[in-house]
Write a protein that binds this ligand. Structure first.
Ligand SMILES: [Zn+2]
Ligand SMILES: [Zn+2]
Length: 974
């Protein structure tokens, strides 16, 4: 996977470099052109002998030739590039030391830093770019690049390298060596063609990334670095963290935080200053002393980030697009249909979302581990602009990274120290700030509010001012107490009667939290926190913030990583599933034909589902489990699990009807009561209690796709891909991110933007996320499905036979009775793949036949009649997609139109169709197919979706029979 990726990025780079050379040659002087033409023979003669008469160049050539012949320099250089993968491993080793240093509180661990590390990595340039503070000298002057040497090509090459680096998350070291290689290569080319201008260009190319970035005015350090006390997490500005002595040298200050000023015991430690030293000293290669924070919080101003966003063309328009959506009265399609969005239209009588330029944010806070084999965790605080269309808002370029919370560990109780700068900015944003944009005025007043906090449960509690889920009042939505019979035993989380729950009220919660904050002793604070389950959060300072409703329960963690995983664990523990069952499950999964993009369950089920990702739990639950578990577990347990699966299939959809939300809630509650009965109260978890509150979260914020953490998880994966070494990991990640943001704003020189970007983005475009056009299409006859359906190449010319023609016309007459079809072209095109509502369907004959199983309400087999008939109101049935025909029609009014029609074969009924249970999304169908009829032709937009099929032997009572087992994919997988 990784290899594939790398080879792809290098191919892209090569292509771009050729483009770059083409650009260079196109602008090269005619004289150079002539030179190069003349010299063609010279090149062919002897490419190795680069000796030219010009003395200056000869010198240079000797050097180069020397290098190539001796193989020394080249060898050195090559080993630099080649060892890239190894060097990441080295980085890892270094990271361990670094991680240890971060945790260190003594501040005397310099000696333990390996000498090699210092010699390799800590050069003055890097240190100063990192913002390290020289202990004695004042900051040195910058190495400026002379204006004259800055030509277009250098900037072009800079953009090329840096954009490539950010797109494919390549390490600085790799780009640096590539830069040197390019420099050398251009020199070689210039010499070979005897072109002074090209040799000159090589000389103008900076030899360091630092200077390269300066060429295009890139400032990766435009964020704030706070110094954080590694012991108590108190935050200081850089200037607050050191003193300057009379002789000009600088010394670190100590942390001055006092935990409890008015602690009743005068001699209590808590009345005294924390006293931890904030900065560390280190020496550079030259032996100069530098100071740097033991722990750094990187914070990027939200207003500045917003400024970048609103200046981007099209951003404002995208933010207003939600107003044009058609009303969705029976259900919810996005966050805009939720109650909270409606309530924020007007706040205290003044219009907020009801007017343009007012934005609503969703915040997410998550910890991830940047080093593969080390426990070091970095927290990331993001904001998402909910006004953006759903397919836009989670894109990397549209998300706002607010802060990187330093490791090595997650803070235990709260993250107020990191939220504080954000809250201050949010307060300004609520009043309104002037931002420069593309409007006619040049600037406008923008306002913003944080309306939603979506994180995994522990992070949500830390951000939102709640106690952990294991506490007495461990629910963030209600005041239910979870008592323990004895100290250190598990609390009882059963009792799933919603009517007995007393909901939390925001105002009360904030009041309790204030009490806890004012407490004079640690014990008193703990008592208040325990009693009310409330803790202070800086977010409570926001005037509009609802402490209870804003904190959503993330369905990904709650349902999939929570309960789905837990039930499996309990089954193993209770002996419901044994080792033999795992093997059967594995073979059943292997028999299923699953569309490639749905993702398979890894072949390690036998190991007990350990290490499944959220995506895999989602597929297991919604697609595989009911088919795989049939007959392997007790039928009561199967019934219980079916309730859970049915709920998940309904809830985990892009759009949800109010009726389905109520049904899903019913299934969930049924599952909960069955679980408590079958598996025992002691196995109930806090997650299960939270299921009771999922419905209200969805009512508040719309379908789960608008707020669940899947979107962030992927983002964290991307952040993890950034290459970095062990120095100052938080700073590095933040800088990489700043580089990305700024590059998107800098225009390419010389009008080459289009061609280069196109070349670099090829892959990015091809794997763009599925659009989320509504699945619910209008019932009106539109004989033109071009807006939702996109037939994919290659296309094949085909002639429609007389039989097919009459069946097609038969279908049109039944489905569109009012439409007069004048003519149907016999010559048409067909293809094997078609994209419909963001899902790619492939026909059975092409390579990806796994996407060939579809289902639709269309085919009706009448008893007594041989041929099935078309009926769009009949029940849902599975079929195999055989061909996609682009039918050209002339309608009665003379209008021509093309229509993508799927040719399918319908599975025949099987008497055991409901063997898995009525209403269960696993059905048994026959091995043979219905005969071809007008019903075999169905407009592509009428297909309801894809299915997963397995041809396998099923035990029906005493009889064994080979049948087709079909599981329709729910919208979640689509
Ligand atoms: Zn401290
Ligand atoms: Zn509750």
């Amino acid at each position: 996977m990784r290899l594939e990726f790398t080879s792809f990025s290098s191919r892209m780079l090569l292509y771009n470099f050729l483009l770059f050379l083409a650009a260079c040659s196109a602008v090269a002087t005619p004289q150079n052109y002539a030179d190069s033409n003349q010299d063609d023979t010279f090149l062919d003669d002897d490419a190795g002998d680069l000796d030219v008469s010009d003395p200056e160049e000869t010198d240079f050539n000797r050097e180069v030739v020397h290098g190539w012949h001796e193989g020394e320099d080249l060898q050195l250089f090559l080993s630099d590039t080649d060892s890239e993968s190894e060097s990441t491993d080295d980085d890892y080793d270094g990271s361990v030391t670094k991680a240890a240093n971060h945790g260190d509180m003594g501040g005397s661990s310099e000696g333990t830093d390996s000498e090699q590390e210092e010699a390799d990595v800590w050069t003055e340039e890097m240190l100063e770019e990192d913002g390290f503070i020289p202990v004695y000298s004042e900051s040195t002057g910058d190495t400026d690049i002379p204006e004259g040497r800055q030509n277009m090509f250098v900037r072009l090459l800079t953009m090329l390298l840096l954009v490539w680096q950010t797109l494919f998350k390549v390490s600085d070291n790799a780009v640096h060596s590539l830069l040197l290689a390019f420099k050398l290569f251009i020199q070689v080319v210039g010499n070979a063609y005897g072109a002074d201008s090209i040799v000159g260009l090589s000389g103008a190319i900076p030899a360091s990334l630092h200077t390269l970035r300066k060429c295009i005015g890139l400032d990766r350090n435009n964020f704030v670095r706070f110094v954080v006390c590694p012991k108590c997490m108190t935050r200081y500005t850089m200037e607050e963290a050191y003193d300057t002595k009379r002789n000009g040298s600088k010394v670190s200050r100590k942390c001055e935080f006092v935990p409890f000023y008015s602690h009743p015991h005068r001699r209590s430690e808590l009345r005294h200053k924390c006293g931890t030293v904030l900065m560390k000293k280190m020496k550079s290669v030259k032996g100069d002393e530098y100071m740097y924070p033991k722990s750094t919080y990187c914070y990027k101003s939200v207003v500045e980030s917003l400024q970048i966003l609103v200046r981007r063309s099209g951003f404002q328009e995208m933010c207003e697009r939600w107003r044009e959506r058609s009303d969705y009265c029976n259900g919810m399609a996005d966050v805009y249909d939720g109650k909270v969005w409606q309530e924020f239209q007007h706040v205290n009588g003044t219009p907020f979302l009801a007017e343009p330029n007012n934005l609503a944010f969703m915040a997410n806070c998550d910890w991830y581990q940047p080093f593969k084999h080390s426990e070091y965790s970095v927290g990331v605080l993001y904001l998402v602009v909910l006004n953006l269309p759903r397919e836009e808002r989670f894109k990397e370029e549209n998300m706002i990274v607010v802060g990187l919370i330093p490791g090595p560990k997650e803070p235990k109780l709260n993250i107020n120290t990191f939220l504080e700068p954000l809250v201050e900015e949010l307060q300004d944003l609520w009043k309104g700030v002037l931002l420069t944009d593309n409007s006619r005025l040049g600037e406008q007043l923008y306002r913003a509010a944080l309306i939603c906090l979506s994180s995994d449960i522990p992070a949500a509690r830390k951000c939102g001012g709640f106690v952990g889920h294991g506490a007495l009042r461990g629910c963030s939505k209600c005041l239910r107490t979870f008592t323990r019979t004895r100290f250190r035993t598990k609390a009882d989380y059963s009792g799933f009667d919603r009517t007995t729950l007393i909901p939390r009220v925001s105002a009360d919660h904030v009041r309790f939290a204030k009490m806890a904050r004012r407490a004079k002793t640690k014990a008193e604070r703990k008592r208040i926190e325990d009693q009310y389950g409330a803790r202070w959060s800086e977010l409570f300072r926001l005037p509009y913030y609802d402490a209870v409703r804003s904190v959503v329960i993330d369905p990904m963690h709650n349902l999939l990583l929570g309960t789905a995983k837990h039930v499996f664990k309990v089954w193993v523990e209770l002996g419901v599933l044994d080792k033999k069952a795992f093997d059967v499950i594995q073979s059943r999964i292997d028999s299923m034909k699953v569309p490639r993009d749905v993702g398979r369950i890894p072949r390690k089920i036998a190991s007990g589902f350990s290490g499944f990702t959220a995506d895999q739990w989602k597929n297991w639950t919604c697609v595989f489990s009911l088919f795989c578990l049939k007959g392997l577990i007790d039928s009561n347990q199967y019934e219980m699990w079916s309730e859970f699966v049915l709920a998940c299939r309904l809830l985990c959809s892009r759009e949800i009807l109010y009726d389905n939300l109520a049904i899903a809630d019913y299934h969930l509650r049924k599952f909960l009561s069955m679980f408590a009965e079958l598996c025992g109260a002691r196995h109930c978890t806090p997650n299960m209690h939270l299921h009771l509150h999922l419905k209200e979260c969805i009512e508040d914020f719309g379908p789960v796709y608008s707020f669940w953490c899947f979107s962030f998880e992927r983002y964290n994966g991307m952040l993890g891909k950034y290459q970095h070494n062990n120095r100052n990991i938080e700073v590095q990640i933040m800088r990489k991110f700043q580089q990305y943001k700024q590059l998107s704003l800098i225009s390419w020189p010389g009008g080459y933007e289009e061609s280069f970007k196109h070349a670099l983005m090829e892959r990015k475009v091809s794997c763009a996320s599925a659009t989320t056009t509504s699945r619910f299409l209008p019932d009106v006859l539109v004989l033109d499905n071009s807006s939702h359906v996109e037939p994919l190449p290659p296309f094949r010319k085909t002639v429609i036979s007389e039989d097919v023609r009459s069946m097609l016309l038969g279908m049109y007459h039944t489905v569109y009775p009012g439409t007069d079809i004048e003519h149907l072209d016999l010559f048409s095109m067909s293809c094997t793949r078609v994209r419909c509502n963001g899902v790619t369907l492939s026909v059975n004959t092409c390579r990806s036949e796994r996407s060939a199983c579809v289902h639709a309400h269309w085919c009706c087999s009448n008893p007594g009649s041989e041929e099935p008939t078309v009926d769009p109101n009949t029940e849902d049935r599975p079929a195999v997609l055989r061909e996609v025909i682009l039918v050209h029609l002339v309608l009665g009014n003379g209008r021509r139109c093309s229509h993508a029609v799927a040719r399918v074969t319908w599975y025949e009924y099987h008497p055991q169709r409901w063997f898995y249970g009525r209403g269960i999304p696993v059905q048994v169908w026959g091995l043979s197919f219905e005969p071809e009829s007008p019903a075999s032709f169905i407009p592509v937009e009428r297909l309801a979706g894809r299915s997963v099929a397995s041809t396998s032997v099923v035990q029906f009572g005493r009889m064994e029979e080979r049948v087709n087992v079909i599981v329709p994919l729910c919208t979640i997988a689509e």
